[in-house]
Design a protein around this ligand. Structure first.
Ligand SMILES: Nc1ncnc2c1ncn2[C@@H]1O[C@H](COP(=O)(O)OP(=O)(O)OP(=O)(O)O)[C@@H](O)[C@H]1O
Length: 224
């Protein structure tokens, strides 16, 4: 990110980032209190929103300079996103949720060979058995299982970047540890870059770099 300035419509909250760089393969932990702008920063990194000023480069391509459709394709190919609330399709099976990103990312689809076999391999590796993931609707899975399905969906077809927004907030401490072990195993074996945001600095230990959001971004809030 270079000289980025972004304000949400309405002008109540904005972020300014002079320089921010993540190395390929790096595991980065972004730390910030609730409401400090972590999800906003991730939306900028993923091209879900574009800044009013400055550049956001993913592997050398400026997201803001692309058309909306090509930004969507670039995101689908390059970034697996684990959302704070998982954002699974509740009526689709876990398996169909895992396969879904491949529909928008032909490169990821090619890399994974048979999509269903790869989805089952990933979900087994993440501790969700085949009969559960291919059974009923995703909404009937436990929260921990939904979280693992969300990781498998982000990882399928080995996108080079994984972005995770508070992915452990719904878990207790020991389940958080298990979840991070699985996430790191998968990210490590795919050689992916991991950018995870959280307010919880207890999770930061295993990351290559820990960056408090306030060190890279200036926050602007409109006066009430
Ligand atoms: N879609 C939106 N439209 C307008 N303003 C928004 C939008 N999303 C977030 N904001 C504003 O951005 C501010 C920062 O929110 P953000 O979700 O980025 O923080 P956060 O650090 O991720 O918070 P949390 O840890 O609680 O999820 C909020 O106070 C809100 O005012």
């Amino acid at each position: 990110m270079h000289d980025v300035d972004f304000t949400w419509p309405g002008g109540a909250f904005g972020l300014a980032i002079d320089q921010f760089h993540v190395e390929q393969g790096e595991k980065l932990f972004l730390l910030g209190a609730s409401g400090s702008g972590k999800s906003t920063l991730l939306s900028l990194i993923c091209g879900i929103v574009t800044p009013q000023r400055g550049k956001v480069l993913i592997a050398g391509r400026d997201l803001a300079a692309e058309s909306g459709a090509s930004r969507d394709r670039l995101r689908a190919e390059s970034i697996g996103i684990i959302f704070q609330m998982f954002n699974l399709l509740p009526y689709a099976s876990g398996l169909d949720n895992i396969i879904l990103p491949l529909r928008f990312a032909p490169g990821r689809r090619r890399r994974c060979g048979d999509a269903r076999t790869e989805a089952l391999r990933l979900s087994e590796a993440l501790g969700v058995p085949a009969e559960l993931v291919s059974g009923g609707p995703a909404a009937t899975l436990s929260v921990g299982q939904q979280q693992r399905v969300a990781v498998a969906r982000a990882m399928i077809g080995r996108p080079p970047i994984i972005v995770a927004d508070e992915p452990t907030s719904a878990l207790d401490a020991s389940a958080q540890e298990d979840f991070l072990n699985l996430l790191f195993e998968q990210v490590g074996s795919a050689g992916a870059t991991l950018i995870m945001v959280s307010h919880d600095d207890r999770l930061a230990g295993r990351f290559d770099r820990v960056v408090p959001l306030k060190d890279i971004a200036r926050v602007r809030r409109a006066a009430p």
